[in-house]
Design a protein around this ligand. Structure first.
Ligand code: MG
Ligand code: ZN
Length: 187
């Protein structure tokens, strides 16, 4: 049930949704924000919708890069978006790998729950935007509107796997900017 005191948020995946999916982003030289991302996030800001990034970064647990590097990437991302007038309200990441069996690695809902608690958000009626079906499914299970973007892994997942999905995404759109249209229409 929607609780009027709590805000509904847009939970955005990072790699393949806001930034170019490059496999493990292990160096800033590979970091690239999609050209439409700042506009998309700015429109959410202007509509008063909290923008929360939720991202799995198993490269830490797997020893590919230090945890500090994640912070470096995020400082860079925040700075580049800010230069284009866009603001991220929170970033939550899971540094673990599947073998760690943590409660925060997507598709488990730990990151969503932590963000909801710390930012007084209502998961019911919030939005999850990702290029991975498991994230969309995680959002739907938590009562969010699940939006699959076709950037990153999205197009391939949609083309090759959608017939096996137990529940279809609530929306399938070209990219984060189109996802923003869906959010602004459905909020
Ligand atoms: Mg992704
Ligand atoms: Zn974790």
């Amino acid at each position: 049930m929607h609780n009027g005191n709590r805000k509904r948020a847009a939970f955005l995946d990072r790699d393949g949704t806001i930034t170019e999916e490059v496999g493990y982003l292990n160096h800033l030289s590979r970091f690239q924000i999609y050209p439409f991302a700042a506009e998309a996030i700015r429109r959410l800001n202007e509509a008063g919708i909290p923008v929360i990034v939720v991202t799995n970064q198993a490269g830490v647990s797997r020893g590919f890069f230090p945890e500090e590097f994640i912070h470096e990437v995020h400082r860079h991302m925040i700075g580049e978006l800010a230069a284009a007038g866009a603001r991220i309200d929170g970033i939550y990441y899971c540094p673990h790998s599947l073998a760690d069996n943590c409660d925060c690695r997507k598709p488990r809902p730990g990151l969503l729950e932590r963000a909801a608690s710390e930012h007084a958000l209502d998961l019911g009626g919030s939005f999850v935007v990702s290029d991975r079906y498991v994230d969309v499914q995680m959002g739907q299970t938590a009562g969010c509107h699940g939006i699959l973007v076709l950037t990153g892994y999205g197009r391939g997942e949609y083309e090759w796997n959608r017939e096996r999905w137990p529940r279809q995404p609530d929306s399938v759109v070209e990219n984060l900017l189109a996802a923003t249209d869906v959010i602004l229409r459905n909020r």
